[in-house]
Design a binder for this molecule. Structure first.
Ligand code: ZN
Length: 386
């Protein structure tokens, strides 16, 4: 048994009183939180930094791990997407699994305990089954053409049950507003309601996405032309992508908006007033990698958006570390409350995934993961305590 305390202790929701001592077993189970005065133990380790629960990575694509260092930075989303399609199968299935195991080990080293992971195939099942991390898989569905929604939905449900039959948590998720019809979004989010599982969508990662919806112009026309996909049936809506699709979501399903780089105040207000179970995922390092821009975090905070963090994949990031994502936000927005960012990285992510009874706070008799955050000249690093 270890007894530890630090300069500050963050519960997942707030800072706990000073001199709170954590009792942690050798297996990493937190058995007690006591005040130092009430502790009979004299072997208390005093650490410099902030103790917090294990991190929740709400947006990753484990199956793209083999694309680390392959895709060029700052090309914009359309060329990024085309490059992923081009290189996705350059390596053998064995090499791809090897890369996933590496990525999984990196996340564990970085103090991550649970992951919301986007999957298009069953390729990640082997790595997820071996892992000590908790994975929730979002089986990602793509079909802008409403006529294809039925078949894509059925295929998605099959893949979802493949994950579930391997004892892995799973649900369905539309890829993005520009690649999923309203019919498909409605169908799959109602399915999530019946299975009591969350869903997720890439949202407004580029300006082109809004151009496509407002007047059917911009870079996505080039994407569909290059991929030889007819989009004659698609009618512009004169509204942003988010405002065009938000009504198709089931409002009783935890729903994650990922990226939000081009989301404005009106978008936030329209979406938040319609849907009370929205969460907004920050993937700042991937945003800098692809578009070289960051979302307006102050705007999201002032509109009471519940934030979470995601690393996105190794195709669009140099590492899989929540503390590095936090560093990126802090450097560009030093005025943002660190406590709020820690809550996004722990409790709010766990609540979104519906695993707040297991992870995201310092929970007694749980193996919730325990990190020590240390600061060196404005840069935060972590040490895993359990
Ligand atoms: Zn993504």
């Amino acid at each position: 048994m270890r007894y530890v305390t630090a300069d500050r202790i963050f519960s997942g929701k707030e800072y706990l009183p000073k001199n709170t001592v954590l009792a942690i077993t050798n297996e990493g189970v937190l058995t007690d939180l006591i005040s130092e005065e009430n502790s009979a133990n004299s072997n208390i380790e005093r650490l410099n930094g902030i103790i917090c629960p294990g991190f929740i990575n709400t947006h990753c694509h484990l199956e793209l791990s083999h694309l680390k260092g392959i895709i060029k930075q700052h090309t914009g989303i359309v060329d990024f997407g085309l490059s992923v399609i081009k290189h996705r199968n350059d390596q053998s299935p064995e090499e791809q699994i090897e890369a996933m195991l590496h990525a999984d080990a990196e996340m564990q080293k970085q103090g991550i305990v649970a992951v919301g992971d986007i999957s298009n195939t069953s390729a990640s099942i082997a790595a997820k089954k071996k892992s000590d991390l908790y994975y929730h898989t979002f089986v990602e569905l793509i079909a802008l053409n409403p006529e294809r929604s039925e078949i894509v939905f059925e295929e998605g449900k099959q893949l979802e049950s493949e994950f579930k039959s391997n004892n892995l948590s799973a649900s369905l998720a539309p890829h993005a507003p520009y690649s999923a019809s309203l019919k498909l979004i409605e169908q799959l989010s109602n399915h999530c309601y019946s299975t009591k599982q969350p869903t997720s969508i890439h949202n407004q990662e580029s300006k082109a996405e809004n151009d496509f919806f407002i007047n059917k112009t911009g870079n996505y026309l080039r994407l569909y032309e290059t991929l030889n996909i007819a989009i004659s049936y698609f009618k512009p809506t004169q509204k942003s992508s988010l405002q065009s699709v938000i009504n198709a979501f089931n409002i009783a399903v935890n729903t994650l908006m990922v990226h939000n780089t081009f989301t404005n105040k009106e978008d936030l207000q329209v979406a938040q007033s319609f849907h009370k179970q929205l969460y907004w995922c920050l993937c700042p390092k991937a945003n800098l990698f692809i578009e070289n821009l960051l979302p307006d975090i102050q705007l999201m905070i002032s509109n009471n958006c519940k934030l979470t963090f995601g690393t996105d994949s190794l195709a669009s990031n140099t590492g899989l570390s929540i503390i590095d994502e936090i560093n990126t936000i802090v450097k560009k927005n030093p005025e943002v409350s660190f406590e709020l960012l820690l809550k996004a990285a722990t409790y709010d992510g766990a609540e979104f995934l519906g695993i707040e009874d297991q992870f995201g706070s310092l929970l007694k008799n749980r193996k919730c993961g325990i990190n020590l955050i240390e600061e060196n000249s404005g840069n935060y690093t972590i040490k895993k305590l359990a």
